[in-house]
Design a protein around this ligand. Structure first.
Ligand code: CAA
Length: 287
């Protein structure tokens, strides 16, 4: 698939990342099919896109007309065949579990055009392993956005062992057309570049509080004000989703070993369903 031929982008998953990626693609002028497994999930994703576009318009980062046109380019649906049947690129942003993603690719492979590229927004999982459940491993790569996609500039473009150079170049061009800055990750390794650095930072912040060295507010004030990061470590964990951070860590721990063992404080948050902003409660309260 050549970049010039891309018109329609399917986004699988309408959650935090999926709806944000769909919004970014629609803003760049693409026809977008956003798919999730339940009507309620796709509606929620669609409402979030509408909220975000209105917010950008309110702040004069878009005209009202541009916001309306972008929303009109998004079709939200549950039917997988309708979602990917005419897609040139399929960007998958379903939950961060290897088995769930593999099932999705097995299903999608049946309905997507043969020349469509599959790009996974996985935060850490093996691109090579995922690509091998499809019949197009050379047309398969990572395309990893950051939360919130509409505000974050970077996109990691990750090569699996079978990914062709042509696929990587097409997805890099697509990321640029989305008004993002792609960075190529040359080797398929857990957490790629950003999460390999950022997720252990969030985990380490948890250990500091767990071990009684400092409070959440004290840790966050140092990361935010002294280390110059835009958010404190716990604020960031709540933004990303404590469950997402934990899944990334569990996978890094499994593949890379002991230094990545998740802190019980983080595990506890996930057990209690205190997942961050998306559930209204995490390390901070958002109600
Ligand atoms: N769409 C539109 N507006 C949005 C929005 C969205 N999706 N999300 C937040 N906003 C709005 C807020 O509602 C708020 O609006 P009001 O001013 O009306 O209250 C406003 O944006 C806040 O924006 P500001 O520019 O004033 O705030 P800021 O300068 O703090 O920027 C930020 C916000 C861009 C999120 C910034 O804090 C930041 O860069 N944080 C770090 C985020 C980050 O590192 N993300 C990557 C995490 S790692 C990851 O995602 C990978 C993974 O796989 C786990």
């Amino acid at each position: 698939m050549d970049f010039e031929d891309i018109e329609t982008v399917a986004v699988l998953g309408a959650g935090n990342m999926g709806h944000g990626i769909a919004e970014v693609a629609a803003l760049a002028g693409y026809e977008v099919r956003m798919r999730d497994i339940k009507e309620e999930f796709v509606q929620n994703g669609y409402d979030n896109i509408e909220w975000s576009l209105n917010k950008l318009a309110e702040k004069d980062q878009l005209s009202d007309e541009e916001a309306e046109e972008a929303l009109e380019r998004v079709t939200a649906l549950v039917d997988v065949e309708a979602a990917v049947g005419d897609a040139d690129v399929v960007i998958e942003a379903v939950p961060e579990k290897m088995e769930i993603k593999k099932d999705v690719y097995t299903d999608v492979e049946e309905h997507a055009p043969e020349d469509a590229i599959f790009a996974t927004n996985t935060s850490s999982l093996s691109i090579t392993e995922l690509s091998e459940v499809t019949e197009r491993p050379e047309q398969f790569c990572g395309m990893h956005f950051f939360n919130p996609p509409v505000r974050m500039q970077l996109v990691e473009v990750i090569s699996g062992e079978h990914t062709s150079e042509e696929t990587l170049e097409t997805i890099e061009q697509l990321a640029e057309d989305f008004d993002k800055t792609p960075v190529r990750v040359r080797k398929d390794s857990p957490g790629f570049i950003v999460n390999r650095i950022l997720v252990p930072l969030m985990n380490e912040a948890c250990w500091l509080v767990h071990d009684g060295v400092a409070t959440i507010a004290e840790v966050d004030s140092t990361t935010k004000f002294d280390m110059g990061l835009p958010m404190g470590s716990f604020e960031l964990s709540d933004q990303v989703g404590n469950d997402v951070g934990l899944h990334v860590l569990e996978y890094m721990h499994e593949v890379l070993g002991e230094p990545y063992a998740p802190c019980p404080l983080l595990e506890e948050k996930v057990e209690k369903e205190q997942l961050g902003k998306k559930t209204g409660e995490g390390f901070y309260d958002y109600e």
